[in-house]
Every structure is written in C-alpha cells, then in structure tokens.
Design a protein around this ligand. Structure first.
Ligand code: ZN
Length: 239
C-alpha cells in the first residue's frame, strides 16, 4: 500500500481515539455520578427494616414509660385508699385502680407484640447489613475501575495527540487538507476500509471497475457516495 495512505490510516486511528477519549471525559463522570446516586437509593431502601426496627424500639420505650407512670399512680392511689373516710370515695378509687390496671395490661400486651416483631425484624436487619456490606465492596470496586479509566484519559489524550502531530508532519499538505475536509463532512471519519465492494463508511456498493482499481492501483481513490478516501482491506484475514 502506498506510504501516504498508510500515514492517513494511522492519522485516522489517532483521530478516532481522540474522539473516543473526549467522549469518555464527558461520559465517565456522568456515569460515576449516576452510579453514586443509584447506590444511595439502594442504601436507603435496604435501611427500611432498620428504620422500622428503630421506630418499634421507640414505641416500646414509650409504652414502658407509660406503664411506669400508671404503676406510680396506682401506688399513690393505694396509699390514699387507706386514708379515705367515706364509701363513695373508696369505691371511686377502687374503680380508678381497676381502670389503670386494665390500661397497663393493654400496654403490656402491645409491648409483647412489639418485641415479637422486633425479634423478626432483627433477623432481617442483620441480613440486610451483610448484603449492604457486600454491595458496598462491589460498588467501590466498580467505581475504582471507572475512576482509573477516567484518570487515564488525560494521559492517553496526550499520547495520541503527540502521535498525531508526528504523523501530520509527514503527510503532504494538500492530502492532509483533503482528509480534514472529508472527515469534517463524515462524522470524523475521512479514511475508510472497503471490502467486498462495500464502503465501510456509508455501506454503499463501490462500482466493480473502481473496486478493481482500488485493489490494483496506488492512486488515492474516494468513495463515489461519501467521498471518504478508500483503501482495500480483506476483513477475513486477521492482521
Ligand atoms: Zn462511502
């Protein structure tokens, strides 16, 4: 293959790499941010059982405080009972104690039910905790890969830019201008392989005569449809 064409192919490789790298520079931070957000939602969801457990714990403490208040009240009422003179008052106090005892019994049953639920939840909370720890390890691992990838972008950009500058110097100005012109009109691709008479850029058929010429001659030929500079490449042969 003609030397100039080989240089153009290398130049195209540099340009394609640079396009990919600048896309990465924009997309990777977005991807990392999205991953962080998703993980935050996941963490919040997985904490639902724990939150429920804490709510029950608070409710239990509340119930216990209520029981203490009722019990203290009953002690005082019983003390007062000893000093009561008339029967009506005595009956009223007995009724008061009875009501308080009933209330205390109700709260005690509620607390037992709460503790039952807490027992069940604590099993789930423990499991959630383990799941979360595992997920966190995975999350950090994935994030690190993306961050390393992002950190490599700048260095890779420098490498490919330097390579491009070197190549550019060896390519005749008019050919370079043609490449840039065609590239600009064709989504950043100015040089394209052709195989089985199909343009690798626009996928149109190359006329048989031109296809023959492409395989034989050293002239720089362009695709009649997209104008990209063509080169013949046997896609079945590994390079
Ligand atoms: Zn084409």
């Amino acid at each position: 293959m003609k030397e100039e064409l080989l240089l153009l192919i290398s130049l195209q490789e540099c340009d394609s790499q640079l396009v990919g790298l600048s896309a990465k520079k924009i997309k990777l931070p977005e991807k990392i941010r999205k991953m962080e957000d998703d993980f935050k939602i996941y963490t919040e969801n997985i904490a639902l059982n724990k939150r429920k457990y804490d709510e029950l714990k608070a409710k239990r403490a509340e119930g216990e405080a209520h029981i203490k208040k009722l019990s203290d009240g009953m002690i005082k009422t019983r003390e007062r009972l000893l000093e009561v003179k008339n029967n009506k008052e005595y009956q009223a106090m007995l009724k008061e104690i009875e009501t308080a005892e009933k209330a205390r019994g109700d709260i005690e049953s509620q607390i037992i039910a709460i503790m039952d639920e807490m027992d069940k939840l604590s099993v789930l909370v423990k499991k959630d905790d383990e799941t979360l720890q595992q997920a966190l390890i995975e999350h950090e691992k994935e994030k690190k890969i993306m961050e390393d990838d992002l950190n490599a972008v700048d260095a890779d950009t420098v490498t490919w830019t330097e390579k491009r500058i070197g190549l550019q110097k060896s390519i005749p100005a008019n050919l370079l201008a043609q490449y840039e012109r065609v590239k600009k009109r064709n989504n950043g691709v100015g040089v394209i392989p052709v195989w089985k008479a199909v343009c690798g850029g626009c996928h149109m058929n190359i006329p048989p005569q031109l296809y023959n010429e492409l395989q034989r001659s050293d002239d720089l030929l362009s695709c009649p449809n997209c104008n990209r500079i063509m080169y013949f490449k046997n896609q079945e042969k590994s390079e």
